[in-house]
Each structure stands twice: as C-alpha cells, then as structure tokens.
Unconditional design. Structure first.
Lengths: 437, 437
C-alpha cells in the first residue's frame, strides 16, 4: 500500500481500497504516516464510505482529517454518520469550524448532534444514539414486524422498545420474541415491562457495568421523567470498557488519556508535570529526615548504599498490594464487606515477604559489608519492617479511597508512592540508628 | 438481607430472592460473607436458577460453592448451564471431583464440556459455546424462520450461520435479513459469504479485537479445515476485555490475576516473591555503585539526602513514558510505523521536564544546603540528565518489547523500574563527582 502511495498510483490504490471493509481501511490508516493517511483518505470519493471509516478511527484523528476538507463536505460526511460518532468528532474540532459545519448539516441531523453535545462527557446522554426503534404499545405484532423491516435507519435493531403516546418507556420486546409471537397480539401484551434502563446523566462506567451484568445488547436511555431519548448499543460499551481501563492505567502512572493523544510535547509535559511535583515534595521530606542523621551515615557509610534497595523494594511491595486490592475491589472479587479479611490477608503476605526478604537481604548485607554483623541485622530488620508497613499502607489506601468515593486506582499512583517512599526512609534511618551503636 | 440471614428467616429470604434477577442474586452474593453466601445459595432450590446465578459470579467462587454440594447435584446444575461457563467452573474444581461430576452429567453435555476443556486456556476454542444455530444453505427462508423459532436452546440468536453437509462455514445471515428476506429464497442466495471468523487456537485478545473492530454480536469459531464448531458472543467478549485489562494492570505492578483470587496468603506471596527479587538485584547493584563513591558522600553529606528524590522522580518519569507509549501502542493511537516520531516526542517531553525540574530542584537545593551553589548545580544537572534518560528508556522498552512480541505492559513493571533505578543512581553519582571538586 505504501508502495502504491509512493508511486502515486491513485487509480490502482482506489481499486484496492474499494475492496476493503471500512474497518480494515481504518486499521490501515492507523498504520500509515499522516501524509499517507491524507492520500488514502482522499481516494474515498464516496462520503458514505468516508463516514464509515471515520467512525472506526479515534475521534481526535477523525477530527484532524476532516479539518483539511471544505466545511460543506465535512457536513455531508458527518450527516452520513451515526449522530453519537458525529457529536464526538465535532467536539474535537475548533469552535468556529463546529458552528459552520453544524449550520451546513441537515437540520434533523444537526439537531440530534447538538442535543448529544448538550450532555456532559462520559455520561449515558453523550454516548447514546438518538436513532432507535420505538413503537406504540397498541400496535399488533404483525404490523410491528413490518415497521422493523422498514426501519433501516435505526442502529442495529435487537430490541423493539415500547412507548406510550408521550414517548415514555413502557416495555421491551426482543426481535426474536417478536418473530416468534402470534401476529394478532398487541405489543403491550407480549412486552417485558421491567426494563433495565439508564438515565441520561449516569456515568458511562455504570452503564457498562449494567450491560455486562445483564448481558444486554442495548440499553435504553431515558430522561428523569422516563421519556425514551436514546439507546446505547453493546459495541459502544466495548469501547467504554477499553477506554475506562486505559484511563485507570494512565491514572496509576501519574498521567492521563490526553497524554497519549497530545501530539504536542508541551501539552503532554503539562499533563505529567504536576504528578512529578509529588515526588519532589516526598524527596525533600526524605532529604530533611536523612539530614538529621548525617552522623549515622558518616560513621557507617554502608548504610548509604542500601537506600535504593529499601526504597525499591518498599515501593514495589506497596504497589503489588494496592493493585491487588484495587483490582479485587473493582472486579468484585473482594466485597466491600470483607475489608477486615483483606487487610488481614495483606498483613500475612507482608509478614511472609518481610521475614523472607529481611533474612535474605540481611545475609547478603553481611557479606557485602565485609562480615559486619550489626549492619546485616540493621538492614534485615529495617527491610522487614518497611515491607510489612508498605504492604499494610498499600492495601489501606485503595480501601480508604473507595470508602470516600475516590477512584481507588489513584492509590497506586505517584502521590501514595511518594508517601510510602517517605515513610520507608524514615523507618530505615530510625531502625538503623536504634540497632547500630 | 443480612438481617434475614441472621434471623434465620429462610421462608422470607426465599420469597425475597425469588423476586430477584439472577444477576442481582449474583451481585448480592459478591457482597455477603462466605457463610452468608452459602445460606443464600442453599435457598435456591431450583437448579435452573442456581445455574443462572453461578454463570454470573467468578468461576473460582462458583467452583467453591459447588464443591460443598453432592456430586449428583453439581452435575445437575452444570448441565443447566451454558457449556462454556460449565467448562470454566469445572476447570477450577479438584481433579477427582471433576471426573465424578463429568460422569454424572448427561452424555451430551459432558461431551461438550470435555471438548471445550481440550482447548488451551484463553483461546477461542476454550471460551466459545458449542451451542449455536447452523442451517444448510439450500433451506428456504420461510423454513429457516421456523427453525429459528424452534431453536430455544442455542445461545442468544443474532446470526444464522449457513453450513454445507460437512458443517463447513459457508456464510452468515443476520436475523434481521432473514425476517426481511422473501420467504421463497434459499439461504445461500441471501447469505453473506465473506464471514469474519476465528480459528479455535486464536488468542482471546485477538478475538476481542476483531469483535470490537467489526462491531459484531457474535463471531463463529472454526477448525483449521473451516468446520464450524462454536460461536463466541459479545457478552463473553465484554468479560475478555475486562479480564485482559486487569491482567495488564496486574502485570505492570509485578503480580498477576491469580493474586487477587488466592485466598491463601502463602499462595499470593509466592506470586509476588520473584518480582521483588528484581528490586533486590537492582538494589545490590546500586549499593556497589554507591560504595565506590564513599569518599564523595563523606565529603558532601548533603548528596546522601537527595538519593530518594532522584530515584523517585526518575522512576515516575520513566513510568509515565512507558505507560503512555504502551497504551498508545495497544489502543492503536501510536502506529508501529511512527516509532521515530514517538521517541522524538518523548525526547522533547524529557527535555522540557528535565530542564524545568532540574532548575526548580537546583534552586531548592541551593537553599536546603545553606546556599551551597556547587551542590545546587550538581543536583540540578544530575536530575535533568536522569529525567531525560528515564523518559527515553521508558519509551524505548515498550517499543522494543512490542517488536520482539513480548507484552509491552511488562515494560512498566518492576524489572524495568529496577534497571532505571540502577541507571539513575549511576548517573547521579557520576555527574555529582564530575561537577563537585
């Protein structure tokens, strides 16, 4: 493909691309340089295919690609797209362009997009699609099937939602139930009225949890007054779950999702900068502690050499505990009611690891420091205590955060690691000073 | 609910539970103590409901609960379950019990379960369900609809797969196409023959990627010879995506998914132990470096105090880079062909962060060390270099790992952090020794 682009063989290129699935074209775009991306994208003469391809790549890349086109063409392509995708792409474009494009779009579509944009990011209202199939309860099954056959515009139909005259959600019928139902019955007679639904302002993570728990293919979105305004399909939920996982991982490392997408180094640095500040503050704290024990280090310089070992092991042990507890809480393996049990389990792990690594490191120290038994004991004991305390703190913070409704993933992040570094160094010098003469 | 259990009000309890959705009972079990879980579980007299509840909780918990029952009842409950869930639960039970239960299960079901268990864990073959709807290509649409109406046993039907006489996958028809097709046509006339499929030995992560990319509700699983043996539905893919994310996060922290599920502290310690070894080795390396510069630290004891700061910031900066690059690669935002660009971007971020934090820390050091300008310069310069090198290494390792087909998530784990700690301390003492007299 790259060879075709370099050879400027646009006719052949067009032929090759025509045969591909839009998702494959999207995948291809992900693997090309941005100049090549523009060439490939320009061969998609059909706005319908362009729309399908853009729905499959990241919203920010899609926005960048569209910005190079004329507003009229942008509007045309966005009109072809599902309005939830169109809304997310428009949200990533500069404000002036947004206004112009919205004006150029067909009224029906721009209204839908503007409605979606009116909801907060990462809520059900923002990610739902306002195109869905809703039928009145007093329709006959036979007629309903005919409606389904006509409704090519609505996103993949799996369920038919039943509403009253004011669009209030009354019930749901699966496509399969509809097909197997007797033609003469009314929809309200065969519908399930106990529908699992979400409100427009509910967090997308909660929506994903409901869809996963009840194995749904789509979930209806209603207003506070139970008016049906959209649906969220399972393919969007797949994206939500991936995105939320990435968000957690980024948060654990003291940065954020925006970092990945920032093409600009200054932007990315601005995201990372504040997290490093916590290390700086922790580091200054450690400096102040160590300064108070200058004499100890002057007399026994071997102690200096073990600072990295104590910090490295303490940090890792804390991280293992906090991650294990955090993931246990998030995945439901650890119930919030068994917290005493969790802390007790981590305490035992801390004791096992603390005792074994304390002993091992004590022995190694004894040989490294030319058979100095005092130094071996001091390092061994200090490391044991640091491991036990780090395990405890590592399991305590996520539980605390969960209780006060903060994302427990932060507990594995730089703030807590800085606190644990500081505590580890304090324990190290205090215990060494106590044991050594 | 807990009050009802404590009061031993089993009749009321049973009445309350009867009204709940199986997924809600499962959620309830997650929030109860294990003794309470047993009480609630025992009120589910109906094996069908018990089966549904067990499908919704973690496989290991389900296995634990079942083990308390008689083998005949276990077999009865497992027979009611989808065979993919049954297989995973059986895989978590002790071997003797497994054999007994399989013998007691209905032949048809135990054969299916044994077939699933014959595939490697985390492959398409292991997570697929062998119960699906496949029809012959020369069937008429009308008759096919009748078959769909009869097929209540197959997992949620969205697609009808079309096969030849030897069960080879020929095409697919969506339920919607079937309903809207003219009754007299043959299936092979209206089917899409270009079906996206997976082989039994493909990794579940790859399967999830395909389902997400093409927005599928189910994907057919075929043998090497294209014989259709099962399907994987999107609800199972939701679980795969969550599990793989947890696996990545655990791996980043030097532990594993098994850690969360290990009820036994010794088991969990055994998982965490080896990762700490990398810190121990890195720590000993750092000790050897520092020992060679004992004179330097004796003369300028302020340098000791800054060791934690250098290590803390170096580690965090490396972690930010490696996580950002890893997630960028995994999510497709960073294309493997733009690696030069990524490294250049991280270099610029390293320069920005290195320069700003070097300057800031140099100033702070100047004041902390009673206006010692040499010390301020040494620490500032050393920190700058450490930040730049850590950023580079942090972005380099995930790219390297991806190239040689190792999970890049390991690059944020303890091994790399230990290496970076070691390099940071080496740079720190070398630069300080160079700058200070």
């Amino acid at each position: 493909m790259q060879r075709l682009i370099r050879r400027n063989a646009s006719a052949t290129l067009q032929k090759v691309i025509k045969k591909l699935h839009p998702a494959d074209i999207a995948l291809l775009l992900d693997h090309l340089r941005s100049s090549e991306v523009k060439v490939v994208f320009s061969t998609l003469e059909n706005t319908e295919i362009a729309a399908e391809v853009l729905s499959e790549i990241s919203y920010s890349t899609a926005a960048e690609l569209l910005e190079t086109l004329k507003p009229a063409i942008i509007a045309e392509i966005l009109t072809e797209m599902a309005s939830d995708d169109a809304a997310e792409i428009i949200a990533d474009m500069p404000d002036e362009l947004t206004d112009e494009v919205l004006k150029l779009m067909e009224d029906k579509n721009s209204d839908l997009v503007e409605e979606l944009l009116s909801y907060t990011e990462e809520t059900a209202g923002r990610i739902m699609t306002p195109e869905f199939l809703a039928l009145k309860g007093d329709l006959r099954v036979e007629d309903a099937i005919r409606e389904v056959q006509k409704a090519s515009d609505a996103e993949m139909v799996f369920y038919v939602y039943v509403v009253d005259q004011e669009q209030h959600l009354m019930g749901v019928i699966s496509l399969r139930q509809l097909v197997t139902g007797s033609p003469d019955k009314l929809l309200k007679e065969i519908m399930i009225s106990d529908v699992i639904r979400v409100r427009t302002d509910q967090d997308q993570e909660e929506v994903a949890r409901l869809v996963a728990r009840y194995n749904l293919l789509a979930i209806p979105v209603v207003t506070e007054r139970n008016k049906l305004v959209g649906i969220i399909t399972v393919d969007d939920i797949l994206d939500v779950i991936s995105d939320e996982a990435t968000e957690d991982i980024m948060r654990m490392s003291g940065t954020s999702q925006q970092d990945i997408e920032a093409s600009n180094a200054i932007q990315a640095s601005r995201i990372r900068f504040p997290w490093i500040l916590t290390n700086l503050i922790g580091g200054i704290g450690a400096f102040l502690i160590i300064s108070r024990y200058t004499n100890l280090f002057q007399q026994l310089s071997a102690l200096i050499g073990f600072i990295p070992l104590i910090l490295g092991i303490g940090g890792n042990v804390a991280n293992q505990s906090s991650t294990s507890v955090t993931q246990g809480l998030l995945s439901g393996v650890i119930s919030p009611h068994r917290i005493g049990w969790v802390i007790f389990r981590e305490l035992r792990i801390g004791l096992i690891l603390g005792f074994s690594y304390g002993l091992l490191t004590g022995f190694i120290t004894f040989f490294l420091t030319s058979m100095d038994i005092g130094c071996g004991i001091a390092i061994g004991v200090a490391l044991s205590v640091v491991i036990i305390v780090s395990t405890m703190l590592g399991s305590f913070f996520p539980i605390l955060f969960q209780r006060i409704n903060i994302d427990p993933a932060i507990a594995s992040g730089p703030i807590i690691i800085s606190i644990i570094d500081f505590i580890a160094i304090t324990l190290y010098v205090a215990i060494s000073a106590l044991i050594l003469p």
